[in-house]
Structures are given as structure tokens and as C-alpha cells.
Write a protein that binds this ligand. Structure first.
Ligand code: G1P
Length: 298
């Protein structure tokens, strides 16, 4: 069955970005020249997804504004022949392909996904967490969908993460099947490193079978008192296979100010327009830092 739909949870408060997130959704903070969530939506479209459900909450209406067309601005730019500026306004997809559901209470990622249940129905679907931006030759969602088409199982994107960061992730107990593919034997949300069954952390992309919704309905609040998707997946395990795919690509966690900055720098260092100047700036900063620290004694 073709996977047509995706849920993009974007209802969090973005507390790590306060005070700016008092007024601007964190998903709209820019990574170089585009909002973080823009990259995720592009990835979904490039992977063949046709319907995207963004889960928002009070105060997140700017996301709706961002993905709707601004005919006035387009008209004004056309009148002034500002075609380059106009090109930045081309819609990421047909406006009808994105719709919004409101999560009334912030009860966790699992709860956010449950909020969109009525728009998914009995189909497999994708979940994309916009905090994870991945640059890859084959879009990450497409990589997972290819695995799904072969095995018809739930598929999670996984990545080896450093031991000191393991407690930021859902972690799987893996059984390796091929170079990149693992059968998930167990999973645990944000374990302390001594309890982590591996160093394979779940990254924000999932292909899920619709049975996840009944599992979510049975899931009790877990880590942080929230309804966790990882806990619902654990409930599914006795009845449905779950696979973990160690994807190809470079991931940026833009859910923290430093991660957002690193993602922007990484893109700027690759862009012909900015790379040279940025390298000069970094070289200069390094020299100044060295001067402050004094000469190196060998
Ligand atoms: C969520 C999931 C976690 C996953 C992570 C990936 O956590 O709960 O299992 O590893 O996304 O980014 P969050 O980062 O939203 O706290």
C-alpha cells in the first residue's frame, strides 16, 4: 500500500529557545535562509507524501501563515520585477496538501500523533519530527519508505549516538539483519546510559502502521509524565515487527540553539555564496582565540 500521509508534530513550546519562542514557533526559526520545518516538508514531498498534517497548538498560527500563499506580496514583487525575491515564495507544495490539527493540551509526542488519528484512518503513515533535519542524497523519509515497501513493518530511523547523549533519545535493542537494517527487540525512551540496550538512538522519522493508534490509546504517561511514542511502540512489539534503519545522510538536531547554529553554519560552508566569507571569519576568529591564549610552546 502506498504511504500517502504524514504527521508533523509542531505543538511544543520550544522552551529551549525562549524568549524568542514566546512569539515565534521554534519550527520557524531559520536554518540559514529557510525555517527549520521547511526542510522537513520538502523532504516529505520529495519522498512522495501527498497529505501532510501539522499538529499545532494555540500560538502556532504563524505556521499556517508561513505555508499559505501571500498573493499581495507576490503581486508587489512581480510589479517591481523582483523575480529572485519572488522565487523564494514558490510554495513548497500545493496548499491543499497541508492541513492542521490542534492539540489542546501538551501531553507528549504520542498524544500529538493521536490527535491526528481521524485524518489518517486505516493506512500506514509517516511521522516526521521537524527538530531533525537530514541532508542526504535519497531523502530520509524515502529511505524508510523503501524499507517499508519491502517488509510492510513499522520502520524507525536510527543512528549511533555518543554515550553521553543517549539519554536524549529513544533507544533500541537491536538484532542486526543486514548492514543497515535491524530488527527491534525492545525499546526504551531516554534511558540513563547504564540502562541503554545499545547506542542506536531513534531519529525523528517513522513509518508506522495504523495499529499504533490503539497502542497509543493504551499508553500511560511515561518519561516526563508524557505519553511517549516509544512506549506505544513497545506495546506493539509482541504483535508487530518493528525495524530500525541506520540511514544514510547527515543529521542536524535543530532543537537546541547550538544545533540550529551548527546546521546553519554547515549549510553556509557548503554554499558558494557564503563559504569563502565564512571561512575567512572562522580563520580570523581562530587566530584571535589563539592570540588570547598566548603562543603555543612545543
Ligand atoms: C523524541 C522521541 C525520542 C527520539 C527523539 C528524536 O524526543 O521521544 O524517542 O529519539 O524525538 O529526535 P524529543 O527529542 O522530542 O524529546
Amino acid at each position: 500500500m502506498k504511504v500517502r500521509k504524514a504527521i508533523v508534530p509542531a505543538a511544543g513550546w520550544g522552551t529551549r529557545f525562549l524568549p524568542v519562542t514566546k512569539v515565534i514557533p521554534k519550527e520557524l526559526l531559520p536554518v540559514l535562509n529557510k525555517p527549520a520545518i521547511h526542510y522537513g516538508i520538502e523532504e516529505l514531498i520529495a519522498s512522495g507524501i501527498e497529505h501532510i498534517i501539522i499538529v499545532i497548538t494555540r500560538g502556532k498560527h504563524l505556521l499556517e501563515d508561513y505555508f499559505s500563499r501571500s498573493f499581495e506580496l507576490e503581486h508587489a514583487l512581480r510589479e517591481k520585477s523582483l523575480y529572485e525575491a519572488l522565487s523564494y515564495l514558490s510554495p513548497v507544495c500545493d496548499p491543499d496538501c497541508i492541513c492542521y490539527v490542534h492539540q489542546a493540551e501538551q501531553l507528549g509526542l504520542g498524544h500529538a500523533i493521536l490527535t491526528a488519528k481521524h485524518l489518517i484512518g486505516e493506512e500506514p503513515f509517516v511521522v516526521l519530527l521537524p527538530d531533525d533535519i537530514v541532508f542526504s542524497e535519497v531523502p530520509l523519509t524515502k529511505q524508510l519508505l523503501d524499507i517499508y515497501q519491502e517488509y510492510h513493518a513499522n520502520v524507525l530511523a536510527i543512528e549511533e549516538v555518543p554515550e553521553h547523549r543517549i539519554s536524549d533519545y529513544g533507544v533500541i535493542e537491536p538484532l542486526q539483519m543486514t548492514e543497515r537494517l535491524y530488527r527491534v527487540l525492545d525499546l526504551i525512551e531516554k534511558p540513563r546510559s547504564e540502562y541503554a540496550p545499545s547506542r542506536l538512538g531513534i531519529v525523528g522519522r517513522y513509518v508506522l502502521l495504523p495499529e499504533i493508534f490503539s497502542a497509543l490509546e493504551e499508553t500511560l504517561p511515561g518519561k516526563g509524565g508524557e505519553i511517549q511514542l516509544t512506549d506505544a511502540l513497545k506495546l506493539l512489539l509482541p504483535n508487530q515487527p518493528i525495524l530500525g534503519y541506520r540511514f544514510e545522510g547527515r543529521r542536524h538536531d535543530v532543537g537546541t540553539p547550538l544545533g540550529l547554529l551548527k546546521a546553519s553554519l554547515s549549510l553556509a560552508l557548503e554554499s558558494v555564496d557564503t563559504a569563502e566569507q565564512l571561512h575567512q571569519f572562522i580563520d580570523l576568529s581562530m587566530r584571535q582565540r589563539q592570540l588570547r591564549k598566548g603562543p603555543i610552546n612545543h
